[in-house]
Design a protein around this ligand. Structure first.
Ligand code: FAD
Ligand code: NAG
Ligand code: NAG
Ligand code: NAG
Ligand code: NAG
Ligand code: NAG
Ligand code: NAG
Ligand code: NAG
Ligand code: NAG
Ligand code: NAG
Length: 627
């Protein structure tokens, strides 16, 4: 019998004898809990268990930091690794939700019982589609940082191992299951990994030897036209942790509201996205996704389930909204403020070097665009553009797209007219394809097609360039020169012209302060081939991190970078990803999770731990140990 049923039976008994509601496990929530959040693990349930079971599933006490240098999380094969009986007890308690993970591409390998060449073909064809990774309990979209332990292949004799994927995953359908898994992992001193969709650029949702918590199937969405919180009355939406961007946008479209989510279709809105800050096509107007959050339901490292709001655990309310996924707790739902329906013009165009456009003219066109960043962001727009080298002295600029929120076609044309005029006088011809949509959904759907994922021959890095770089003509020149030098050296520039200021009246949070200053979130990447050796990959990564992105840091020394779309090797990541918030975040990490149950690479406190990866690359394929 699953614990939830034990608990329900117990509750019924208690209510029958006392007639009181005091035994109800749910707290006074600011909005009703989802049904799946009402199924909770309680002290009464634990009290009913025998000694062995309560040692496995009991709640944590306020732990102190007892780990010592060099000590590691218990790993498969260690004698302390939970026994078969313990895993069976967990599986039983979870009512069958425990999954023994198999690498997604195992069907390509003869050494796995899942070997099946037809299935392998299918997986290989779909490998770059985010949906198959999101729908898998352990697969992530950046296999490089898992450890590339089982890639699709046509050589069925090559090797495939579980590598950095979690050993087991809990296919979560209620809060009690999360609490049981958290208590089990903590009490057994094994690694825990939280996976929602697996989008994280640094593979933060994987971990060798880990028990995984997979939140993907928590799909509830509820709209409140008149939400009433301690300091906000208005429309809001409650999202289960597994809701993806396209799902909330479809819901919003039907009910006529606008939600602040990412541009990526399959990103998990209430998971790593919102917890890391979350930039949105709406950000220049409304700020970060984390700024919109009014309440969160969370399982803490001691296994307790709490409601977090401005008035309930205010320190966690600050830390969870921007301080990083997989760090302070496992979120089961969030409530976020939403906005009325709004119209948007979406525009795409491009220009390249060619007959009439010399290299110098091309760059003058890009330079001219840069000078309009403050005006465009201040008008509330968000633009995604790419600048790439396409051959010997050949370059292309793609506006992909310009997302002009709250702009009709004619308002958009007025906004961009000064820039277009400059392009015209440079002799650069453009043919913008601009369309007005009277709602966010249609605009987003046309502007942001599904992106490809799961490359294992590239890594990224990024920078949040501050407005001050635009306020000093000489510094703006140096900024432009750094970007030009990057692209000229063969590294692409994929950037967002946007801003993300905290709106008036909203409660401050721990999102990277660099976001508040930024006018451009710029991303670049380095790549290699499938046959490049690990040593050469590491050399390429280091060159990219230090020399290429070093030029970006040199022109913006006090700025930072967005943790969720970043370089896993970012030097002094504490300053870059968290800025002046780091010290307070670190203190809260010590308060809420001193034993580091929730480890994430580049997460708060992660500098005290190391993954002993097997291939010398910064991936999750190895033991997690205290430095
Ligand atoms: C194609 C693509 C498009 C993207 N577009 C955008 C964009 O428009 N804007 C933007 O800001 N970012 C964007 N991102 C980055 C994205 O926000 C991050 O990858 C984010 O971490 C994804 O969160 P997730 O929950 O979907 O992913 P996961 O990889 O599953 O999780 C990310 C991190 O959060 C933790 N986590 C997940 N769920 C929970 C939970 N319920 N409770 C606690 N911790 C949790 C995980 O442990 C991990 O550390 C994009 C990424 C990709 C690959
Ligand atoms: C544990 O710590 C929290 C937060 O500091 C505190 O509120 C709580 O009372 C403590 N519980 C125990 C049992 O000491
Ligand atoms: C925990 O202990 C280790 C080793 O003694 C020490 O290096 C580290 O700073 C401590 N961390 C916390 C969060 O207290
Ligand atoms: C397939 O992999 C095996 C094992 O790594 C290797 O010995 C063999 O040469 C590979 N075959 C091809 C065709 O690459
Ligand atoms: C996970 O659980 C859901 C029910 O919540 C079920 O529909 C789904 O098939 C399960 N997925 C796997 C991979 O077990
Ligand atoms: C560039 O714009 C032209 C004209 O609108 C269009 O035909 C072409 O497909 C675009 N190229 C790219 C790479 O988007
Ligand atoms: C290049 O410029 C010449 C002279 O202005 C013009 O006639 C021609 O159409 C231009 N070609 C392109 C491809 O723009
Ligand atoms: C949209 O733009 C109009 C001016 O055209 C402005 O009055 C309004 O406040 C803007 N809406 C939002 C939500 O910013
Ligand atoms: C312009 O954009 C719309 C919307 O994305 C698209 O349907 C249409 O085909 C595009 N037209 C041209 C000429 O590229
Ligand atoms: C910036 O660069 C342009 C073009 O190279 C140059 O004309 C201008 O003088 C520079 N401005 C400053 C302040 O350095």
């Amino acid at each position: 019998m699953a614990f939830s049923s034990v608990k329900s039976a117990l509750l019924v008994a208690l209510l029958a004898t006392t007639g009181e509601a005091a035994a109800c496990p749910s707290k006074s929530a600011v909005a009703p809990l989802f049904e799946y959040e009402k199924v909770q693990l309680t002290d009464q349930t634990i009290a009913k268990l025998g000694r062995t079971q309560s040692a496995l599933f009991g709640f944590g006490h306020n732990t102190t930091n007892t780990t010592h240098s060099g000590s590691c999380k218990v790993f498969p094969g260690d004698h302390q690794w939970p026994s078969h009986a313990s895993w069976s007890a967990l599986s039983h308690a979870l009512d069958g939700a425990l999954i023994e993970n198999v690498p997604l591409a195992a069907s390509c390998y003869k050494s796995w019982p899942q070997y099946d060449s037809e299935k392998c073909k299918e997986i290989t064809e779909q490998w770059t589609d985010s949906h198959i990774h999101a729908a898998d309990p352990a697969s992530v979209m950046w296999p490089l940082f898992e450890g590339r332990s089982c890639l699709p292949t046509t050589n069925s004799s090559s090797s495939c191992s579980l590598g950095g994927y979690s050993v087991y995953s809990v296919n979560v359908s209620n809060v009690e299951q999360i609490q049981l898994a958290v208590n089990f992992a903590r009490n057994s001193n094994i690694r825990l990994a939280i996976k929602n969709t697996g989008h994280d650029f640094n593979g933060k949702s994987s971990g060798a030897g880990a028990l995984g918590i997979w939140t993907h199937n928590l799909k509830n969405i509820e709209y409140f036209e008149h939400y009433s919180g301690s300091d906000y009355q208005g429309p809001a939406v409650k999202l289960g942790a597994g809701v993806q961007a396209a799902e909330v946008y479809e819901h919003a479209q039907k009910l006529g509201y606008t939600a602040v989510g990412g541009e990526g279709k399959t990103v998990g809105v209430a998971g790593g996205y919102v917890l890391g800050g979350g930039h949105s096509p709406m950000s220049s107007l409304y700020g970060l996704a984390a700024d919109q959050v009014l309440a969160l339901e969370v399982v803490l490292s001691n296994g307790r389930f709490v409601t977090v709001t401005k008035t309930n655990h205010p320190d966690l309310f600050w830390a969870l909204r921007g301080g990083g996924g997989g760090t302070f707790g496992i979120v089961t739902s969030i409530i976020s403020r939403v906005y009325p329906k709004i119209g948007t013009t979406v525009s795409t165009f491009n220009f390249s070097t060619g007959k009439n456009v010399s290299t110098e003219t091309f760059w003058a066109g890009v330079r001219s665009y840069l000078s309009h960043f403050p005006a465009h962001a201040d008008a509330g727009t968000y633009a995604y553009f790419w600048v790439m080298s396409t051959g010997e002295d050949a370059y292309t600029f793609l506006m992909n797209p310009f997302f002009a929120v709250n702009h009709t076609l004619s308002e958009f044309n007025t906004l961009v007219k000064p820039w277009y005029k400059e392009l015209h006088s440079l002799g650069i011809k453009i043919q913008p394809n601009s369309t007005y949509y009277d709602n966010f959904y249609d605009a987003w759907n046309s502007g942001f097609p599904l992106e490809t994922v799961a490359s294992s021959t590239m890594m990224t890095g990024s920078r949040l360039f501050p407005r001050s770089n635009w306020e000093d003509a000489e510094l703006l020149n140096r900024t432009f020169n750094a970007l030009r030098s990057t692209v000229t050296a063969g590294f692409p520039l994929l950037a967002f012209n946007m801003k993300a200021e905290l709106q008036k009246g909203l409660t401050p949070n721990s999102a990277n302060p660099a976001f508040r200053q930024t006018l451009m979130h710029a991303i670049s990447s380095t790549s290699w081939t499938e046959t490049t050796s690990n040593t050469d990959i590491k050399a390429k990564m280091d060159h990219f991190t230090n020399d290429i992105l070093g030029q970006w840091r040199a022109v913006s020394p006090d700025a930072g970078a967005y943790m969720s779309e970043s370089d896993i090797q970012e030097p002094h990541f504490q300053q870059a990803f968290y800025g002046s918030n780091y010290q307070r975040l670190y203190q809260l990490k010590q308060k809420y999770d001193p034993g580091m149950l929730f480890y994430a690479p580049t997460g708060v406190g992660s500098e005290e731990w190391v993954v002993r990866s097997l291939d010398g690359l910064p991936d999750q394929n190895g033991r997690l140990c205290r430095r």
